[in-house]
Design a protein around this ligand. Structure first.
Ligand SMILES: NC(=O)c1ccc[n+]([C@@H]2O[C@H](COP(=O)([O-])OP(=O)(O)OC[C@H]3O[C@@H](n4cnc5c(N)ncnc54)[C@H](O)[C@@H]3O)[C@@H](O)[C@H]2O)c1
Ligand SMILES: O[C@H]1[C@H](O)[C@@H](O)[C@H](O)[C@@H](O)[C@H]1O
Length: 337
């Protein structure tokens, strides 16, 4: 393909506007062909200064634009399934922000629709797989140099949560990244979930169970613990330590510059995922565009999105009654290897 890939971006909010800017300014081989957002003013603002972008209130109208060859879904979680099924019906490749769909049932419907079509078209936006530090950790674990991984200790903190956030969303929206990263780093499915909760922080909205401590078991007996704290107030922190039979490796703690002055050492803490994972989002979208133009999909699959949703749903049940909940995945279609 010599022409740039024409992309329809659905949703022009925080992530959608960032992806529009990325596609237009920092990714070669792509152009924003259409943007859809029921809030037309937001869509117009996202494409200000860009030529030839068709703006719609309705996602279907954007997908149906003649110049659209691929779709980037950045609408709210509940709108993903409809957008994905519409893109699949037209045979269009899609990069869909996480989560794949609002719940595991919807995610499975998307998997089944893609499997019926017989070819992979969907990539899920689990951008940590494109982060340089996560990639180094993955390469180290795969090399076997540290021996068999036994545990992952993960920390995921946000400054504050959006107003619509529920206690279950700490797992389905936030911990979904750790679920995917753990499955990817360890190369195994997660089989059971337990959730413990300390007293909620007084900095969290009333009724929100924040923070939580989530424990995952994997199929060959590794353990993954995740502290999720989405109203920590002081910064955006994502860290992961892999403990293996012959050593450990930790990422995510000491990347920022340390300034020593006037008797103090100070280090900046990133405030936002858009900053912390800027390079990862760039690499994710760049590799998606390159792969799509070459006719293949390589990133996290719809199956990965479904598995994350199924684990998150087990997590929501574990959160409810404090019990250990097993994860029952549907049968994996042959399309996903
Ligand atoms: N990968 C990440 O790190 C990351 C970070 C933040 C959000 N996300 C995901 O990205 C998605 C968007 O999140 P956000 O923070 O940008 O939300 P947002 O609320 O800032 O923006 C969502 C936008 O979608 C629009 N919208 C609503 N219904 C729509 C529809 N049917 N079709 C098209 N647009 C529609 C809204 O008007 C809004 O402008 C969510 O699925 C979220 O989970 C991923
Ligand atoms: O939707 C966002 C996004 O996925 C971020 O990467 C994560 O850190 C937040 O906790 C979540 O709410």
């Amino acid at each position: 393909m010599s022409e740039p890939l024409g992309v329809a971006v659905l949703g022009a909010g925080h992530m959608g506007a960032d992806h529009v800017r990325r596609l237009a300014r920092s990714v070669a081989g792509a152009r924003v062909a259409a943007v859809a957002d029921p809030d037309r003013a937001r869509a117009q603002a996202a494409v200000a200064g860009l030529d030839g972008v068709r703006v719609h209130a309705d996602a279907h109208a954007a997908i149906a634009e003649p110049g659209v060859q691929a779709v980037l879904v950045a609408s709210p979680d509940h709108a993903h399934e409809e957008a994905l099924l519409a893109a699949l019906a037209r045979g269009l490749p899609v990069l869909c922000e996480k989560p794949l769909a609002a719940d595991a049932e919807a995610a499975l419907r998307v998997v089944e629709a893609e499997a019926r079509g017989g070819r992979r078209l969907i990539q899920v936006g689990f951008m940590r797989r494109y982060d340089a530090e996560y990639r180094r950790l993955k390469a180290l674990l795969d090399s076997g140099g540290l021996g068999r991984p036994l545990m992952l200790h993960c920390r995921h903190r946000n400054v504050s949560s959006p107003p619509h956030f529920t206690s279950a969303m700490l797992i389905s929206s936030s911990v979904s990244h750790e679920i995917d990263a753990a499955r990817w780093l360890l190369g195994q499915e997660i089989t059971a979930v337990t959730v413990a909760r300390p007293r909620p922080s007084s900095g969290a909205p009333a009724g929100l169970l924040d923070p939580q401590l989530v424990l995952f078991e994997t199929e060959d007996g590794a353990l993954v613990d995740v502290e999720i704290f989405v109203n920590c107030g002081f910064g955006y922190e994502v860290a992961c330590e892999a403990v293996c039979e012959n050593g450990s490796a930790r990422i995510g703690d000491e990347a920022a510059m340390v300034v020593r002055s006037a008797g103090r050492a100070q280090q900046e803490i990133t405030q936002d995922y858009v900053v912390r994972f800027a390079d990862a989002y760039d690499r994710e979208v760049r590799e998606w565009v390159t792969g799509t133009r070459a006719g293949h999909v390589t990133g996290p699959s719809a199956w990965d999105g479904y598995a994350a949703a199924a684990v998150a749903e087990a997590g929501a049940r574990a959160l409810g009654d404090g019990a250990r909940v097993t994860v029952n995945l549907a049968e994996r279609p042959a399309l996903y290897g």
